[in-house]
Design a protein around this ligand. Structure first.
Ligand SMILES: [Zn+2]
Length: 400
């Protein structure tokens, strides 16, 4: 979506009363911005008027806060209640060894003040909850979600939608990252993409699954970039697009996201009109049905072979890229690369079960969840992908 510089595309709720004149020192500091026609003195003043809330000053929030402060965002709100631990330092570059044991907000503030003393820092040393979220978020133009858990992600999404503010989303796990801008007033929200969170037992944290140190630097920087573009009203933001980053293959892909008319939050007949209990929603006490449903999201290779062998009509949808398909594929499958899936769901038969297939079973899980959100009730993902299919079912299949 192209965003022009006109007021209607700016998230600024009201003109700020804060002085936005730039001092001689600031004119030097921002010199490389001022010579860009898309920023200039006016744009720099806009950034100075801008208020960005960063939820979590960890892996994603660290690079985001550093770049936003350096770029001259006038007011940065920081939400966090953790203390710095040694295990944070491998990726949370806002914090140094001397800050271990200290609150992350204090550590962040010390560093950010040095980066740019012109930035007003507002500390929200709290756990973001349904009780305080609307209050906290309402004071900002743009919210940057650097959280690492589903309850906070849904809470930020819902609060932003209710307040009409853009939610700059990022997430990371192991070697993979995602980013988007969820802005219900202009496009889809997080619930349009994932209506329901996965049950917690299927959500390994970075503490359990690991994360490569550089990855949050890339995704958090993308989030900072999007926040700046939103404030400036310049460029084409990630509204309506999900950016997928695969660090191991160094590949960026994107999925077009459409607003779901049935979205309970931003659809045509919304049922969510206020913040809910997100811990309960995200299944810290999951129902037996939700656990069963998510477990059934995957089918193992041998079980799939038996279903196909028994003559069951199953649509095998391979969501890899064409060059991967050339290397090998399961007979009878159709190729619909993941990025094209949203635009091609009409090609699938809703009356027959769908199994999504990819290389190792990660992209296909996204595809299965996406298809379920589009009404393909029993959509599943081939566990382990063609790699495991080759191991367990068809040893003659080429591998890569
Ligand atoms: Zn929505």
């Amino acid at each position: 979506m192209a965003v022009s510089k006109s007021d209607k595309n700016s998230p600024h709720s009201a003109p700020s009363a804060a002085p936005t004149d730039l001092s001689a020192e600031e004119l030097q500091r921002y010199a490389r911005h001022l010579i860009l026609p898309e920023v200039g003195v006016e744009g720099q003043r806009t950034l100075k008027r801008g208020r960005v809330l960063i939820v979590g000053v960890g892996g994603l929030g660290s690079p985001a806060a550093l770049y936003l402060a350096a770029a001259g965002i006038g007011t940065l709100g920081l939400v966090d209640f953790d203390v710095v631990e040694y295990s944070n330092l491998q990726r949370q570059v806002l914090h140094g060894t001397s800050a271990v044991g200290k609150p992350k907000l204090a550590s962040a503030a010390a560093r950010l003040r040095d980066v740019n003393p012109h930035v007003a820092l507002i500390h929200h040393e709290a756990h973001l909850t349904s009780e305080n979220a609307l209050d906290i978020l309402s004071g900002y133009d743009v919210v940057l979600d650097g959280s690492d858990n589903f309850p906070t992600r849904y809470l930020v999404n819902d609060a932003c939608a209710l307040l009409g503010k853009p939610d700059v989303y990022g997430s990371i796990f192991r070697f993979d990252g995602q980013a988007s801008v969820f802005w219900a007033a202009r496009g889809p929200c997080y619930r349009c993409l994932y209506r329901e969170p996965p049950p917690p037992e299927l959500v390994p944290s970075c503490a359990e699954g690991g994360v490569l140190g550089v990855l949050p630097g890339i995704v958090g920087s993308v989030q900072a970039l999007e926040a700046i573009k939103l404030l400036l009203g310049e460029g084409e933001t990630l509204v309506g697009r999900l950016l997928l980053f695969d660090a191991m293959r160094l590949r960026f892909r994107e999925m077009t996201l459409e607003k779901d008319p049935g979205c309970p939050l931003c659809g045509s007949h919304p049922t969510i009109r206020t913040l809910i209990d997100y811990e309960a929603f995200c299944g810290l006490a999951p129902t037996a049905a939700s656990v069963a449903a998510e477990h059934e999201l995957e089918v193992r290779p041998r079980a799939l072979r038996e279903e196909v062998g028994a003559g069951k009509r199953i649509q095998l949808v391979d969501v890899r890229e064409p060059f991967e398909w050339e290397i090998c594929h399961i007979p009878g499958s159709v190729l619909i690369p993941l990025a094209t899936l949203p635009g091609r769901v009409a090609e699938l038969d809703r009356s027959a079960p769908v199994v999504a297939i990819c290389h190792t079973g990660v992209r296909s899980l996204d595809a299965a969840r996406f298809l379920r959100s589009r009404g393909f009730v029993g959509a599943r993902s081939l566990h382990g992908g063609v790699a495991r299919w080759a191991d367990e079912v068809d040893p003659s299949m080429a591998r890569y």
